[in-house]
Design a protein around this ligand. Structure first.
Ligand code: FES
Ligand SMILES: [Fe+2]
Length: 348
């Protein structure tokens, strides 16, 4: 399939190559007690932690009579189907059929067809197929000078393509983010120069003045009413966007914005923050500011109907949209099965 063929439709969830990418579907902390049901690219999965503590994911359908397994329970690390009590252990192996007489073996087809899972950055990632791109690399995750902060996974009634386009775009800040940081920003966007930000992310650098009051002052740790920030914004296929904020005090605030397609017009949203601060401001106080920014984007995006047009000609773009236009070009190449241009190596 060529990129030109892909461009004629903006729907994307049925494209096989997206099943060969890693998608964050839950926080690791969400698997503390019960199995979790998630929908990825239109397909339902059950995710749980097995008796050894490893994350297991499989289609959310019992091989016996198709009960959703995510409404079952965990018994000693085994996932128990709520209908007839079959139990599934590590690697999705069926370990118990309660109705079977002693000594009768479990039917070979009773085992679950598990999909690849990985835990990274406090999140559970799924890849239903053979991976062709890796999970985005954030080197600060291994740097003891930085702490990592996670938030809940939310459901947004918008497309992952619209979210990625929005997360790469800074020209909406003075209009959408007036309740948080955007009022002090010049509406004119300086020339966008695209290039590799590192081995994983592709995007651009810019400088911006932002409001610094209320929750923003807590997050920045500074008192001035307007602050100058040096920032970068870049993407890693398919839907990860990293926004780095460097304050003049030396504080770095790194945001990994993640959207996961539930289907073409519904998405999961979560973000991860890394900061090299003195670890004194409580996590909740820092995250409240970024959550308020996310809520502003959600409110805007949920009022824009349908999926994002992917081809370069239907929508009118200006130079401030350069990063999004380049992301769309590469995303279409990925959908078409062409080699991804920027991404970490396949595997986790
Ligand atoms: S449907 Fe799951 S055990 Fe029967
Ligand atoms: Fe935004």
């Amino acid at each position: 399939m060529s990129a030109a063929t892909v461009s004629r439709t903006a729907a994307f969830c049925d494209r096989p190559s997206l099943r060969q990418c890693w998608h964050p579907v839950a926080r690791s902390a969400d698997l503390a007690r019960d199995p979790v049901g998630v929908t990825l690219l239109g397909d339902p999965y059950v995710v749980w932690r097995d008796e050894q503590g490893a994350v297991v994911a499989a289609p959310d359908r019992c091989p016996h009579r198709e009960s959703p397994l995510s409404i079952g329970r965990l018994v000693d690390g085994h996932l128990e189907c709520p209908y007839h009590g079959w139990r599934f252990g590590a690697g999705g192996r069926c370990v118990l059929v309660p109705s079977a007489s002693e000594g009768v073996p479990v039917p070979p087809k009773a085992h679950l067809a598990v999909v690849r899972t990985e835990e990274r950055y406090g999140l559970v990632w799924l890849c239903p197929g053979e991976p062709i791109v890796g999970i985005p690399e954030i080197p600060q995750d291994r740097d003891p000078a930085y702490r990592r902060l996670n938030v809940d996974v939310e459901l947004w009634t918008t497309s992952s393509t619209r979210m990625t386009d929005n997360f790469l775009d800074i020209s909406h800040f003075p209009f959408v983010h007036t309740g948080t940081f955007g009022r002090a920003q010049d509406t004119r966007v300086p020339k966008v120069e695209l290039g590799p930000l590192d081995a994983c992310f592709y995007g651009y650098s810019y400088e911006v003045d932002v409001n610094n009051d209320g929750l923003g002052a807590t997050a920045s740790g500074q008192a001035a009413t307007v602050l100058h920030r040096r920032m970068t914004s870049g993407f890693c296929l398919p839907f990860a966007v990293r926004s780095t904020i460097h304050y003049e005090t030396g504080l770095d605030h790194i945001l990994l914005l993640l959207s996961t397609p539930v289907d073409d017009t519904t998405s999961l949203f979560t973000f991860v923050v890394w900061r090299n601060d003195d670890f004194t401001v409580p996590t909740d106080e820092i995250l409240r500011f970024d959550k308020a920014i996310g809520a502003e984007d959600k409110r805007m995006l949920e009022r824009v109907p349908g999926v994002l047009r992917l081809d370069a000609t239907t929508l009118v773009s200006v130079q401030a949209d350069k990063a999004s236009v380049e992301w769309r070009r590469r995303f279409m190449a990925l959908l078409a099965g062409e080699e991804p241009v920027v991404s970490p190596a396949a595997g986790a």
